[in-house]
Design a protein around this ligand. Structure first.
Ligand code: ARG
Ligand code: ZN
Length: 419
């Protein structure tokens, strides 16, 4: 090879690598404020005619009048969308003027280490080796088990935190990363594990919790999707399973549970970001977790699932406006958890049952766990409220995880006190 040829080859490889990764140059995150039914209809029409990425709510079917609608508009449609918004007199603001700049700015925590870091968004490869090393670091306090494989064959490793005991202990189950692009969520599960191990023996509450209970932590639920957001498309939400009869990929793993499945707030269209799947538990990841919780339902007292963004602490139901039988108790615990969370950095959370607080959406893991008999079932939607949305800068990982620890510990202490 001549030097020139080497340079050419190198550029070729870099070009191929770049071409593989979705870019969001000139895309904008807009917040629309539909004040009329006509505005809602217009948003749905827009979603049908051009490719719009719904961030909040997650699909056009969920849009309600007098709510805030955060959508990513691809660069090529920006002018057209502005014209339509102006013509129809719909209030709106620009949250992010250039998505690619925000994607690049997420990693603002320097220096960038080649190893795992609790204040960075780690790739699946790094999380996987972290799972291996952390679980062998403290054999008396942590163990791991594989509960199955993902669609693409990655092992779903569940961590169990808790002091070894000869008697069966009540437990809490927590998962992160059901949705691929909600990167702050897996970051929280990793933080929780680290914090639990490092404060056991010094923090009275953590010590008592792990002495008396076990906490199962699934650091990344939708591993295939998470890996895809790192390697190919940052904005991916669903699983990566193929759909027969459609070229669209993936199912929404939080619409695939057997809880009012696909009746409201979910789509039967495989191309939708809220596709409910072919059948309940059609997604192997959902089936694996559901099987584990069913097998252990006599000991699991609480189910906690971590999403982003919106700063919400939700509890059942989301598939109906009916109040849960334990509504007042669930509300009281959520209230205490949000007060604890707020005490650290002043972050404000909205609490309530999913349906009334955000929207009707069936097939969620929280409702499923609750109806199975896991009473203390909660969904967190972590920071922020839309300034960065899914592209929360890494500099916010630490404060977000610290405050969320207080809320999770509050729920855990309550569950412990009644178990
Ligand atoms: N943003 C979450 C989602 O749409 C909220 C989940 C609330 N729970 C529910 N069962 N829908 O998946
Ligand atoms: Zn989510």
């Amino acid at each position: 090879f001549t030097a020139n040829m080497k340079v050419l080859l190198l550029f070729g490889l870099v070009a191929v690598a770049l071409a593989d990764i979705a870019r969001f140059e000139g895309d904008q995150l807009l917040r629309l404020k539909p004040a009329l039914d006509d505005h809602v209809m217009l948003i749905k029409e827009l979603a049908n005619s051009i490719q719009v990425d719904f961030w909040r709510p997650e699909s056009p079917e969920l849009v309600k009048v007098n709510s805030e609608v955060d959508i990513r508009v691809p660069a090529m449609y920006i002018d057209m969308v502005y014209t339509i918004l102006q013509q129809n007199d719909m209030e709106h603001e620009v949250l992010i003027v250039n998505l690619q700049t925000a994607v690049d700015a997420q990693n603002d925590n320097k220096p960038s280490p080649r190893t795992h870091s609790y204040t960075k968004y780690n790739s699946w490869d790094k999380i996987q080796s972290w799972i291996a090393s952390i679980s062998s670091s403290n054999p008396g306090l942590i163990s791991k088990q594989v509960i199955g494989s993902t669609y693409e064959g990655r092992p779903m490793t569940l961590l169990k935190l808790g002091k070894m005991s000869s008697s069966t202990k009540p437990a809490i189950f927590m998962d992160c990363g059901i949705h691929a692009r909600e990167w702050i969520s897996p970051a929280f599960c990793q933080w929780f594990v680290m914090e639990a191990l490092s404060t056991y023996g010094t923090d009275a509450q953590m010590t008592s919790l792990l002495d008396q209970m076990d906490v199962f932590v699934l650091p990344v639920f939708n591993i295939d999707g998470y890996d895809y957001t790192h390697k190919t498309n940052r904005m991916w939400r669903k699983t990566r399973s193929r759909n027969s009869g459609s070229s669209c990929i993936g199912t929404d793993p939080n619409r695939n549970w057997n809880a009012g499945w696909c009746t409201v707030g979910a789509s039967s269209n495989p191309c939708s970001d809220t596709f409910c799947g072919q059948t309940p538990e059609s997604e192997i990841e959902v089936k694996n977790v559901a099987d584990f919780i069913r097998r252990n339902k006599s000991i699991i007292k609480s189910y906690i699932t971590v999403h982003s963004y919106s700063q919400l602490l939700l509890f059942p139901y989301s598939y109906t406006y009916d109040l849960a039988a334990d509504h007042s108790e669930l509300l009281k615990v959520a209230e205490g958890a949000s007060v604890a969370l707020n005490s650290l950095h002043g972050t404000r959370y909205t609490i309530g049952p999913g349906a009334a607080t955000i929207y009707l959406a069936a097939g969620g893991s929280d409702d499923w766990a609750y109806d199975l008999g896991v009473k203390y079932s909660y969904t967190f939607e972590l920071r922020d409220t839309g300034r960065y949305g899914f592209l929360l800068p890494e500099s916010q990982i630490k404060p977000t995880c610290e405050e969320t620890m207080l809320a999770v510990k509050y729920i855990a202490a309550y569950v412990q006190s009644v178990s």
